[in-house]
Ligand binder design. Structure first.
Ligand code: AVJ
Length: 323
């Protein structure tokens, strides 16, 4: 096959075997489910950026204000020489930490890790121009999978997992991820995590049911990702966005609800039947408090060193150290 033929051939002709297996397993479960990482193709990443600017979506701007207030003192206190960021995306908030590293007078190393190579490489190029003294070493990896953290970085290193993305993980998976970070940490290293906090249900539900329908478009985009990557024939117009808070488990659940009885075809999987009203769970977003984070950390060999929230206690930034 020529190079050109390979480029013009649609993605689904060579489906990612891991994706195919995850989708097959998720759509054959009694409660159909898909991993939220499949929101983030280029369009999905754009839609998420749009979500972060919505008036209802408080997490991003709250976390940013916390970072702006704290990083200029925390980074010199820790003496941070390397920043390793899990799920970096557009690295918008990383700049706050990188600027503090530069102020503090150290060139340093930045390792942004993300599943989406498209956003990652764009970001890496831009950051190299903006921070000439910085070594930028992007890593394309799936942090929900067995990924390897880089070795040989200068210490103290700061591992960062921002945005409240830990909320996407069921507790056992969250603990596995935190353990992986813990194993890479030396005693002088720290872990900085953003967590969305438990609060008035109406406030949380509004953040996932915005008036402009951007979250609904973001949710439905996952079906387009499946169409493109696997050659599925989902019609997004036949699925409705639904997001609600589960009080027992303290989490938002996002679903796509089929409006009709239908069979969807996915090459390599077959026909996936839906009855009207049946849903696919596309995301959980767990909300935390200091107690629940203490438990997750303890299970991973970490302890909370510092816990900081905004005045309304909407969101927290946590610094973890090895226990
Ligand atoms: C990127 C996982 C933190 O859970 O709030 C936003 C994703 N989903 N609106 C979140 C999301 C719907 C977001 N995280």
């Amino acid at each position: 096959m020529t190079k050109w033929a390979r480029i013009s051939s649609p993605a689904y002709r060579q489906p990612n075997p891991r994706m195919l297996a995850e989708v097959a397993a998720g759509l054959s479960a009694p409660q159909k489910e898909l991993p939220p990482k499949y929101f983030y193709d280029h369009r999905g990443s754009e839609l998420f950026e749009e979500i972060t600017r919505l008036p209802e979506y408080y997490p991003t701007r709250t976390e940013r204000a916390l970072l702006e207030g704290w990083m200029p003192t925390l980074v010199p206190e820790l003496g941070t020489r390397a920043l390793i960021e899990l799920g970096a995306g557009s690295a918008e908030k990383s700049r706050i930490i990188l600027s503090a590293m530069r102020e503090w007078g150290n060139g340093g190393v930045y390792v942004p890790i993300d599943v989406s190579s498209s956003f990652l490489n764009q970001t890496a190029g831009r950051l190299r121009r903006e921070y000439p003294g910085l070594r930028v070493e992007p890593l394309v990896a799936d942090i929900t999978d067995d990924f390897t953290l880089p070795h040989g970085l200068p210490h103290p290193a700061l591992y960062a997992f921002l945005g409240g993305t830990i909320g996407n993980f069921y507790p056992p998976a969250a603990i596995r991820l935190l353990r992986r970070v813990r194993l890479a940490m030396e005693p002088s290293d720290r872990f900085l995590m953003g967590v969305d906090l438990r609060k008035d249900i109406r406030r949380v539900e509004a953040a996932y049911n915005d008036a402009q329908g951007v979250t609904a478009a973001f949710n439905r985009n996952m079906l387009l990702v499946l169409n493109h990557e696997l050659g599925a024939n989902f019609d997004p117009a036949t699925f409705e966005h639904r997001a609600f808070y589960e009080t027992v488990t303290h989490r938002i659940e996002m679903h796509l609800v089929s409006k009709i009885d239908q069979d969807v075809r996915i090459p390599g999987i077959g026909l996936v039947p839906f009855v009207a009203g049946e849903s696919i769970r596309t995301e959980i977003s767990c909300k935390h408090d200091r107690g629940s984070v203490t438990e997750l950390f303890a299970a991973a060999g970490l302890r909370i060193e510092t816990w900081k929230t905004d005045p309304e206690a909407l969101f927290a930034l946590v610094v973890g150290a090895t226990a």
